[in-house]
Design a protein around this ligand. Structure first.
Ligand code: BES
Ligand code: ZN
Ligand code: MN
Length: 504
């Protein structure tokens, strides 16, 4: 656990155990406040020589730690390289995130109780100083996350807890407070997603949603199997049917005090475990399916952030929570179901379950809340990993302004997005012989990610809508040091940015 705070003292005036010092290729500091001259004068007259001797040249990914005595205190100077900083602002912002994350990892590994980092000028990254302070605060939380619930040797080795001070004369503590709120929410969602399905059932996650709602005085509705059936949520019920764990359909409502404000609906796929159902996944594809509720975890924690940051629009969070299991009660391939809007769906593959539960979720959102905009976030298709890999969430929408907003917000927040097309040509892929549509997608069309989005488009009537496929970004992302193994909290930074800066 980390807590981040503002310090208005100069970088070197802070008495802390660790100094995180980002340096460029020529050993120039990224922030003038953290120039090396101070250490050179006081502790290491030949500092640059020492760094060069140890091959530290400020390259991206490099780090080097020097210990020193300051009076009685033992301190660590943690140098982290950011390279030449000549790329586009959003790429270099990401470089900075990873360099600071490297520093925090060293702080954490050495159980330092506190550290300081100087805030570079926001203008270097095309943003305000406050915005940069917020980004670094969020990063600090993400970098210090660990999932150790089931490690029984915690007595011997307690989890690290410490404080990071961000030194700046211009940033405000309000910006850092916001970062703390968003960063903690991300780690909360990661914790829920990292919990395996025997600990994280629909009932458990609905209980967490209830806690969020109670904390902020939000109205919350939790439908069970019976209520979902009464509302003709055929998609939800078809997936829920196979499990001994009863599914829960959760609706959380945030109402702004701003009059005549528009409503945004956030819909998050919550499959607590996706076995594939009767179309059982092979062993190689089934592990990791505890993460199939990452969209729902994101939406619930975003509602928690909203309760604290209070945007000037209404936001409804909707999460269908189910477990996709094979059993005597499970839906079969060839079954035909009727969704909430009356459309019939031929289930060709019980493993394409996410779109079945989201169909009713989108219908429900429009029917009861008439949102101006709906965003859904889902680990929907393995295909998106082939299309975009692990670093970009797939965005699909026919609304260009919405797409542009989500792409720009992805660059700023580091929660990167990339658009895939959504032409009507793809509709042929889900044409059914026996029902209105089928859920599998014809293999002749390929593009499984776009076909999934095309399926969902059948359940959107008049709201502006975008679909976010996080199957590649939600967990086990390689090479990004501040997410590590397990859940990443994909989409949370993006959704918070969206609701706080709703483009209208
Ligand atoms: N939850 C999976 C998608 C997924 C796959 C997420 C790999 C993360 C990693 C989803 O429910 C699924 O099974 N999709 C099928 C769709 C197909 C049957 C049309 C897929 O991607 O194979
Ligand atoms: Zn799934
Ligand atoms: Mn599936």
């Amino acid at each position: 656990m980390i807590s981040v705070q503002l310090t208005q003292q100069h970088f070197w005036q802070n008495s802390v155990e660790g100094y995180i010092i980002p340096l460029k290729s020529n050993l120039e500091p990224l922030s003038a406040d953290a120039a090396l001259t101070h250490i050179e004068e006081k502790h290491y007259p030949h500092l640059k020589e020492v760094l060069k001797k140890h091959q530290f040249e400020g390259d991206k990914g490099q780090s080097f730690t020097l210990s020193a005595k300051q009076g009685d205190a033992l301190v660590q100077y943690i140098f982290v390289g950011v390279g030449s900083m000549q790329g586009a602002w959003h790429q270099e912002l990401e470089t900075l995130r990873r360099a600071v994350a490297t520093g925090i990892h060293i702080v954490k590994k050495n159980y330092l109780k506190d550290a300081v980092v100087a805030l570079p000028a926001g203008s270097l990254f095309d943003m305000s100083d406050d915005e940069l302070a917020k980004q670094i605060t969020i990063l600090a939380h993400m970098a210090s996350y660990e999932f150790s619930s089931f490690k029984s040797d915690k007595k011997k080795k307690p989890s690290w807890a410490g404080t990071l001070s961000i030194a700046s004369k211009v940033a405000t503590s309000g910006a850092i407070d916001q970062g703390n709120i968003i960063g903690s929410a991300i780690n909360q969602a990661r914790h829920w997603a990292d919990l395996p399905a025997n600990h994280m059932t629909p009932t458990v996650l609905a209980g967490e949603a209830q806690k969020v709602a109670s904390k902020h005085g939000f109205k919350i509705t939790i439908l069970g199997r019976k209520e979902a059936l009464e509302l003709n949520m055929g998609g939800f019920c078809a997936v829920d049917a196979g499990s001994d764990q009863e599914g829960k359909f959760v609706v959380i409502e945030y109402k702004t005090t701003t009059p005549n404000a528009p409503t945004i609906a956030l819909c998050g796929k919550g499959v607590m475990f996706d076995t594939g159902g009767i179309n059982l996944k092979p062993t190689s594809g089934i592990s990791g399916m505890k993460f199939d509720m990452s969209g729902a975890a994101a939406v619930i924690t975003v509602m928690d952030v909203i309760g604290q940051l209070k945007p000037t629009i209404n936001v409804i969070g909707l999460t269908p929570l189910v477990e996709n299991m094979p059993s005597g009660k499970a839906s079969r391939p060839d079954d035909v179901i009727t969704c909430m809007n009356g459309k019939t769906v031929e289930i060709q593959n019980t493993d394409a379950e996410g779109r079945l539960i989201l169909s009713d979720t989108l219908c429900y959102a429009e029917k009861f809340f008439k949102p101006a905009v709906m965003l859904d976030i889902a680990t929907l298709t393995g295909a998106v990993q082939h299309a975009l890999g692990h670093f970009y969430t797939g965005v699909m929408t026919k609304d260009d302004a919405l797409a542009q907003a989500l792409l720009a917000m992805g660059r700023k927040t580091g929660d990167r997005t990339w658009q895939l097309p959504m032409d009507d040509d793809f509709k042929g892929a889900i044409r059914s012989e026996v029902a209105d549509i089928h859920n599998n997608g014809s293999s002749a069309y390929y593009a499984g990610t776009i076909v999934g989005a095309t399926f969902l488009s059948n359940f959107v009537e008049s709201a502006r809508w975008a679909h976010l496929d996080i199957a590649g970004t939600a967990h086990d992302v390689p090479a990004i040091n501040y997410v590590g193994k397990g859940s990443t909290g994909a989409g949370i930074r993006l959704l918070v940015e969206f609701v706080m800066n709703f483009p209208g």
